[in-house]
Design a protein. Structure first.
Length: 437
């Protein structure tokens, strides 16, 4: 199998094989006694210099009136125009870090390979459920309903949504990480097939209908499809952004591509090479387009419904302190301890996700896939929105924890300033309708 690391050498060999084939079309073949020369039918006097093995040089005549060096240069230029944009493809390895950050953040938010939601497990889900159980069963007071509405019910929804956003981010980076090694293999295989076809045609003109079939482009089509359609734990399974994920999954699953390099002359094989590389490019473009559609859809949904992804954008209901409260120190300590666990886990999740890559992790030329930016701009936007919502949610949960503790201290009259603290924290609920990203 051709190796992408050897592509520069393969391209040089392609040029010589293409020139050999073009010369064969004119009835000239490597001289039987000196394969550095072309001779009519391989033996007749009147020679042309053959290019070196790397495709360079050649074309000057010996015993003929005209040189064909210009024609050789044109063939080399044509091949360069077809393959130059494929010479420096990314290998996908730079996608590993952001993919890992998104995956780890999903896990911290309670997602898992079997249930990518906050209800799926993990410290946040366990602590959150404990808070709910103790408040519902053991505490009394009119504060309870608005407190649980925001810091349990809505928080569960927010954490769930942020986990889904991280899964979509991971799917993008995983797809890009899988796509480019396959693309590199495809390019090397396609180019080597063209080399072989030209060489075969130059050697045996009777092989005019010989075909070297390729199905390697399907490897690119399958790379992303395997990431986004594999079932639970992929974007196909997310809930809060499920319709967006389903659209992307369907689009990628529908991508199939095969190609072949064949032909009975220099020009026919050149056309076949061009078609094969165009098919590969269309496959890459289609997959990146599906990923961008998914990423942009997720960003748009989050921006249009911030309260579902940012706890700081959700208003808590009226929060009165009245004389009907009943609390026990052991119960309130359990609630406060578990809120502290959630608080710490959210801070860790925010730090873990961090910021998006500053540069495109899959750099390539403007003529490959979606162009030099690829999915980077769309992924960066979703990454920034998710990171900012997570940061604001973590900060708002800290405020909620402090609010609960102040209510408790006021109830037990353990802190003369507790009632003032409650009122201050309630008054400080400034909703973040602008993310700044």
């Amino acid at each position: 199998m051709a190796d992408y690391a050897d592509l520069s050498g393969i391209v040089g060999q392609m040029k010589r094989a293409a020139i050999d084939c073009w010369m064969a079309d004119q009835g000239f073949y490597p001289n039987w006694g000196n394969d550095q020369l072309y001779a009519k039918w391989g033996w007749m006097l009147n020679f042309y210099d053959r290019p070196a093995e790397d495709g360079s040089g050649g074309g000057d005549g010996n015993g003929v009136e005209d040189s064909v060096a210009e024609e050789f240069a044109e063939i080399r230029a044509v091949i360069d125009s077809r393959v130059s944009s494929w010479l420096d493809l990314p290998d996908g390895s730079l996608c590993g870090a952001p993919r890992g950050a998104a995956n780890a953040t999903t896990a911290l938010l309670g997602g898992s390979a079997t249930s990518p939601t906050v209800q799926g497990g993990g410290e946040i889900a366990t602590a959150n459920d404990t808070v709910h159980e103790v408040v519902v069963n053991n505490l009394r007071g009119s504060f309870r309903a608005p407190f649980l509405d925001k810091y349990y019910t809505q928080f569960s929804k927010v954490a769930h949504g942020l986990g889904d956003a991280c899964i979509i981010l991971e799917a993008n980076y995983a797809g890009e990480q899988a796509m480019w090694p396959a693309a590199r293999t495809d390019v090397a295989t396609i180019c080597d097939a063209a080399r072989a076809a030209w060489a075969k045609q130059a050697e045996d003109a009777s092989a005019a209908n010989g075909t070297l079939a390729l199905t390697v482009v399907a490897a690119v089509a399958g790379a992303v499809s395997g990431v986004v359609t594999a079932g639970a734990g992929t974007v196909a399974a997310v809930a809060a952004l499920g319709s967006i994920a389903a659209l992307a999954s369907s689009a990628v699953a529908a991508i199939t591509a095969e190609t072949a390099v064949s032909g009975g002359s220099y020009l026919e094989i050149l056309e076949s090479l061009t078609s094969a590389l165009e098919t590969l490019d269309e496959t890459l473009t289609d997959q990146e387009d599906a990923l961008v559609t998914m990423l942009n859809g997720a960003s748009s949904t989050m921006r249009g419904d911030l309260a579902s992804y940012n706890l700081d954008a959700f208003a808590m209901g009226d929060y009165p302190l009245d004389d009907t409260m009943t609390m026990d120190r052991s119960d309130t300590s359990i609630v406060s301890t578990n809120m502290g666990r959630v608080e710490t886990a959210l801070a860790t999740a925010s730090t873990t996700l961090g910021a998006p890559p500053t540069a495109n992790p899959t750099p390539r030329g403007a003529d490959v896939g979606l162009g030099s930016a690829g999915t980077h701009d769309a992924a960066t936007d979703l990454y920034e929105v998710t990171a900012r919502c997570l940061e604001l949610t973590a900060g708002e949960y800290v405020r909620g924890h402090a609010l609960f503790d102040a209510v408790v201290e006021d109830y037990f009259s353990a802190d003369a300033a507790a009632r003032h603290t409650v009122e201050t924290l309630r008054a400080d609920e400034a909703l973040s309708s602008e993310l700044g990203v």
